[in-house]
Design a protein around this ligand. Sequence first.
Ligand code: ATP
Ligand code: MG
Length: 219
Amino acid sequence: MNGITIALSKGRIFEETLPLLAAAGIVPSENPETSRKLIIATNRNEVRVVIVRASDVPTYVQYGAADLGIAGKDVLLEHGGMGLYQPLDLKIAKCRMCVAVPAGFDYAAAVRTGARLRVATKYINTAREHFATKSVHVDLIKLYGSMELAPLVGLADAIVDLVSSGSTLKANNLVAVEDIMPISSRLVVNQAALKMKREMLQPLIDAFAEATNAAGAVR
Ligand code: ATP
Ligand code: MG
């Protein structure tokens, strides 16, 4: 494709990216929440948006099926970032990656006594690294969603998940006991595309950078 393809996931990333796109003069012609289309045109002939699963954004950009995309740091750490240039922290879709356990489970004591913990998570690589750094012995169980359920039904002692308000944890009688890292979404750009299509991509990257800093200044 001669134009620019942008990979986005629907939901919070799409919503929070709209103002950044607008700052770059790009307005998608449809809303992915209501449209079933996976390829969405924009007001600019040479720019289109493809709607993919959040965790698939780095893959589309890595292989050049999209020139750029927006992905959470959580997703990028699991993917590894091969072939991706990551010029900007867009400071959107902010949350924290945490260890959480059922209220009443003494995590600190379990760690102190060197107990082997079963931890369910979507973020196997990040979790493995975190617990290795802390010298906590864990068996990791890979899940694809609804991590909060795992400790409630005896699948795991703890979970590693993303937390923003904490209301999902609270609703399931879980508490965050350890912070792993702050999470926000990054702009990712295909490295080859950046060289071949620099004159089209650079103004977009610059507009995103400016809009991100402007948003930061207001907060
Ligand atoms: P799916 O819902 O398709 O399984 P997903 O859960 O990864 O995928 P989203 O819930 O839209 O998709 O999350 C997309 C990104 O938004 C995540 O990768 C993460 O960076 C960020 N995110 C996830 N949960 C929160 C949250 N509670 N608050 C703020 N940002 C979040
Ligand atoms: Mg989700």
